[in-house]
Design a protein around this ligand. Structure first.
Ligand SMILES: Cc1cc2nc3c(=O)[nH]c(=O)nc-3n(C[C@H](O)[C@H](O)[C@H](O)COP(=O)(O)OP(=O)(O)OC[C@H]3O[C@@H](n4cnc5c(N)ncnc54)[C@H](O)[C@@H]3O)c2cc1C
Length: 378
């Protein structure tokens, strides 16, 4: 069959590869002048540093099949994400672990002592059913740690009070009573030696795939294809006819430094009087390389306007209502499957994106067609 894919990010590349290997003809339209979507990496011409153009990307998963799949297209080298945060003039380790707790309270507690201390003396146990991010934080870490490590950062990141955000956001940030400062708890973690764009290029290198860069898709362009997999924005597919789904966007202010600027890849800034949320020093993502010069991004979040890159879906009540209207419209479109982070209006890590892309391709290969959504977004 003749298959059209919109978007040459991970979703498009994986589906395209799977369908091309099964003998289908795949055409990909990509609006940008490069592949790999938001995972795009490129070497900085002056310093040679591998730069993550749309913000830091660390590959981590518990899915052995996905780990095996990416390993076919890139050599992954060991990488552990160890995030630091600067708060009130001190540097702490994240996620909150025994080192963070002992440093913050000026103590030398052992694991069980720290657990009892937080549970008995700090956590607000009067909150029995935490609904908001703030409730959740107060319930599990207490006011001191919440105000130092979560409140300011969250207000900057989401542009609203933590009491207005759902508790589910915090469920992803663990509290550890040991010295494990590995940010992600997954079994497999690493960084592609030559960056994500090289990995995606290897996925797209198949004779059954034709790629068109600088080609923004409009609905009329699907004519003549047997099926469309669409990884662009769900509301954009319908020309935003019901309104725009809300997103946060990010501004990356690039700056350079000779030598080592901050000694780690990611330094968060929890204080509210510091406007940026974090600084990324890209060369630390490739610890096996040596570079004298350094490229850094100072990252600030704000509400996305119509011309901004959509990064994080907001997904509060209002957006979910609009989303469900768009889902209904989408389900009325025959021969189109909405995939990926933009097509389903969800935050998806790379491994989940790949898992869903593999599943969508498998469904198509088995049934000769695919529904509007393989994973319903509401
Ligand atoms: C700041 C940030 C940090 C992240 N860090 C991590 C991390 O550390 N680890 C992790 O696992 N995941 C991370 N992610 C998630 C990761 O970026 C996604 O999992 C991944 O990008 C999803 O791939 P995708 O193909 O669905 O979407 P995208 O990468 O967004 O690709 C979609 C593509 O479609 C194109 N497109 C859109 N509309 C059109 C159109 N009309 N016509 C033609 N082309 C179009 C876009 O240009 C884009 O190239 C992070 C995300 C963000 C925002």
């Amino acid at each position: 069959m003749n298959i059209l894919l919109v978007g040459a990010g991970l979703s498009g590349a994986v589906i395209g590869r799977q369908l091309a290997e099964a003998g289908h003809q795949v055409t990909i339209f990509e609006a940008r002048d490069h592949i790999a979507g938001n995972c795009h990496t490129e070497r900085d011409a002056d310093t040679g540093v591998m730069v993550h153009r749309y913000g830091p990307h660390i590959f981590h998963t518990d899915d052995a099949e996905v780990w095996g799949y990416v390993g076919k297209f890139a050599r992954f080298l060991p990488y552990r994400n160890r995030v630091k945060t600067t708060v009130a003039g001190q540097v702490y380790s994240l996620p909150i672990n025994l080192h963070t707790i002992n440093q913050f309270f000026g103590t030398a507690m052992r694991p069980e002592e720290a657990r009892r201390f937080i549970e008995d003396e700090k956590a607000d146990t009067s909150i029995t059913d935490p609904q908001s991010f703030e409730d959740q934080a107060l319930r599990f870490v207490g006011r001191d740690l919440y105000e130092a490590f979560f409140r300011g950062y969250t207000r900057k990141q989401w542009g609203m009070e933590p009491s207005q955000l759902p508790a589910s956001i915090l469920k992803r940030l663990p509290l550890r009573f040991n010295y494990d400062d590995n940010y992600f708890a997954h079994r497999f973690q690493g960084m592609p030696e030559e960056g994500y764009s090289a990995m995606v290029a290897a996925m797209l290198a198949h004779e059954g795939i034709t790629l068109h860069l600088n080609t923004p898709f409009k609905r009329g362009m699907a004519a003549g294809f047997d099926h469309l997999f669409y990884a662009g924005p769900l509301d954009g597919f319908f020309d935003n006819q019901l309104g725009r789904l809300g997103y946060r966007t990010l501004d990356f202010e690039e700056f350079r430094h000779d030598g080592d600027y901050q000694g780690c890849a990611v330094m968060n800034y929890g204080d509210e009087d510091v406007p940026h949320t974090r600084i990324t020093e890209h060369k630390h993502f490739s610890p096996w390389e040596e570079h004298e010069g350094s490229v850094l991004y100072r990252e600030t979040a704000r509400a996305a306007g119509p011309d901004d890159i959509p990064y994080y879906p907001i997904r509060l009540l209002e957006e979910k209502a609009l989303l469900s209207d768009y889902v209904e419209l989408a389900q009325g479109c025959a021969g189109v499957t909405f995939v990926g982070r933009l097509g389903t209006y969800r935050y998806l890590d790379m491994d989940v994106t790949i898992r869903e892309a593999l599943d969508a391709a498998a469904h198509f290969l088995e049934h000769g067609t695919c529904p509007a959504f393989l994973t319903p977004p509401v």
